[in-house]
Design a protein around this ligand. Structure first.
Ligand code: URA
Length: 190
């Protein structure tokens, strides 16, 4: 028997009420994610930063502005995709997520993925890629290639924040988003 999909609004309320790890104590807002609830592409980042915590929305800071540009390269706008993170609360000082925080939070991402049921999951950076692909391999060796996880096509890409500090990553990011756009267009044309 297949399990019922939990509506996104209900999941959002569960996230808002969550105290499963100590990150809940330091948050201003949870960041559930946003976008098309039936999106063909689910984008998965790492965790909210300062601006995201203040506004309760994903990717609204400098990395988010760049993500908008990258989406445009793939022929996409924010409203066309759903954007979520591995963690729904901000780690203090934007430190890396800890294994126990990931473990506490990922049931939400798992349910979001089941409910949205995208064709593609675009993982941004190491944390989301390792979780979705269940691998220890780093993003440098995985980005820009199509992988499969269950029924989902998974396309890992560097995290846009990485390019803010390393201009060489820009080219890889922009190429990978162009490839994503080509894959989407190719299948559209079928
Ligand atoms: N970085 C992320 O991984 N997610 C956000 O929402 C913002 C910055």
């Amino acid at each position: 028997m297949t399990r019922e999909r939990i509506p996104l609004d209900e999941l959002r309320q569960r996230v808002a009420a969550c105290h499963a790890c100590p990150l809940a104590d330091g948050r201003t807002n949870t960041v559930f994610g946003e976008g098309d609830p039936h999106a063909r592409v689910l984008i998965v980042g790492e965790a909210p930063g300062k601006n995201e915590d203040l506004q309760g929305r994903p990717f609204v800071g400098a990395a988010g502005k760049y993500l908008d540009e990258l989406l445009a390269i793939a022929g996409l706008a924010r409203e066309d995709v759903f954007i979520a993170n591995v963690l729904k609360c901000r780690p203090p000082g934007n430190r890396d997520p800890r294994p126990e925080e990931i473990q506490a939070c990922v049931p939400f991402l798992r349910e979001q993925t089941r409910t949205i049921d995208p064709e593609y999951i675009v993982t941004l950076g190491n944390f989301s890629t390792k979780f979705i692909l269940k691998t220890d391999r780093g993003i440098t060796g995985l980005h820009g290639q199509l992988h499969q996880a269950g029924r989902f096509k998974v396309f890992p890409i560097f995290h846009p924040a990485a390019a803010l500090y390393d201009s060489k990553k820009r080219e890889a990011l922009e190429n990978d988003f162009a490839t994503l756009g080509e894959m989407l267009a190719r299948e559209d044309a079928r």
